[in-house]
Design a binder for this molecule. Structure first.
Ligand SMILES: [Mn+2]
Length: 244
């Protein structure tokens, strides 16, 4: 049997229909990347019922913390900027609980975009709420979103030679898209920075312990099929680690 990879759900709202019920779901790209990497993808629902969540958690072999909306800044003891919007306390609470269990056990974790920010906050780190305000020297990290292009190669990541990521990808530089207006400010405890862009923005992190914990700020699940296939190795390494 292939390992079962739980992908956290996002919330999708139909703004044109105020009466519509919020949908839980996740993009095809995450599902397809896990299928290609040899895993069995399953979308984990947002629920505040801890017993239900725990029983779902126990069935999965690996946890993929997906991208999405901003985290509630109260999680890192800050008030929300006007541009920090659309946060969901239910989604935050669900993912924090899943990540805590997976870190304790440990189970393999791959954390993408918002997921990487959540891992950092969970380790006591903080975020720049708005890069254009808090780090004006940085390049535009919303460039791929503005171009409406998930396959856009926005910038090169410079990968730390001693990192796990460099061994996995077999490269010290790799291209990525950029869909984030927030980024890691203070790095959390027991984490290392494994990649940055030339402007100093943290683009990947990993855990210092033996267990598999990798976070990336970009959306490599949109690139791994053909645009930057080196990212396939990261998904494959995650699925492989989850199968152990
Ligand atoms: Mn970026």
């Amino acid at each position: 049997m292939r390992p079962l990879i739980g992908i956290t759900a996002g919330e999708v709202r139909d703004a044109t229909r105020p009466d519509s019920i919020t949908v839980q779901g996740q993009g095809y790209t995450y599902i397809d990347a896990i299928v290609r990497a040899g895993g069995l993808p399953i979308i984990l629902p947002i629920t505040t019922n801890k017993i239900v969540l725990r029983q779902i958690y126990e069935r999965v072999d690996g946890l993929l913390l997906a991208g999405g909306n901003d985290l509630n800044p109260k999680l890192y003891r800050e008030k929300a900027y006007p541009t920090t919007t659309d946060f969901s306390d239910e989604r935050d609470a669900t993912e924090i609980q899943l990540a805590k269990w997976a870190l304790e056990e440990p189970k393999s974790i791959l954390a993408i975009c918002r997921g990487m920010q959540l891992i950092n906050v969970l380790h006591g780190g903080t975020l720049y709420q708005e890069l254009s305000v808090d780090l004006p020297t940085a390049s535009d990290h919303m460039v791929s979103t503005k171009l409406k292009n998930n396959f856009h190669l926005a910038h090169e990541l410079i990968i730390e030679p001693s990192s796990r990521l460099v061994k996995i990808l077999g490269a010290t530089k790799v291209y990525a898209n950029s869909h984030h207006h927030q980024a890691i400010k203070k790095l959390g405890k027991d984490l290392i920075v494994s990649a940055k862009t030339v402007d100093g923005v943290i683009e990947a992190i990993e855990g210092t312990h033996q267990s598999y914990l990798i976070g990336v700020q970009a959306h490599p699940e949109s690139l791994e099929k053909e645009v930057e296939p080196r990212w396939q190795k990261m998904f494959a390494s995650f699925v492989e680690a989850a199968s152990q």
